[in-house]
Design a binder for this molecule. Structure first.
Ligand code: HEC
Length: 122
């Protein structure tokens, strides 16, 4: 009988212990960058997925410039307030992507880190 209880409690603690591995603080996901952020490795895919539908090579839907190349995105950070535009709150008419929703904070943080790391290409 005691052995049975011991077995059950051991199994329970194994289950509980394996659950603690899901702690979000220790979870590494694809938004974790080791080292410096670069345009090619970290930023281009975000812009491609969220911005170039309007900021295409030939800009569409009223967008004033394209965000297709490294230089264009870098210039938009330096001269067109890109970091501010993506950091605005939902509902702000100047938020990018235009019409929202705001990008997830982890995605915004990657672009902010790219800026802090010096806007490297690769
Ligand atoms: C649905 C179309 C659309 C999408 C998607 C979109 N934009 Fe825009 N963007 C616009 C339009 C239209 C303007 C001009 C109106 C304005 O300034 O708010 C603009 C303006 C901007 C400006 C200001 C340019 C200037 O010279 O003042 C920046 C920076 C910008 N967008 C960045 C982005 C980024 C970064 C993304 C992706 C995260 C994005 N946009 C997604 C349509 C879009």
């Amino acid at each position: 009988m005691n052995a049975k209880i011991l077995f059950v409690s051991l199994s329970l603690s194994t289950i509980l212990l394996s659950c603690t591995n899901d702690n979000p603080d220790t979870l590494m996901d694809d938004t974790t960058i080791i080292g410096l952020a670069t345009y090619n490795q970290n930023v281009k895919s975000i812009i491609d997925n969220n911005c170039i539908v309007c900021h295409a090579t030939v800009p569409k839907n009223g967008a004033p410039m394209s965000l297709v190349t490294y230089d264009q995105v870098k210039q938009a950070v330096l001269n067109r307030g890109l970091l501010t535009r993506i950091s605005l709150e939902n509902g702000n008419s100047s938020l990018m992507p235009n019409g929202g929703p705001r990008l997830p904070q982890t995605t915004i943080d990657i672009i902010l880190k790219w800026n802090q790391d010096g806007l490297l290409e690769k």
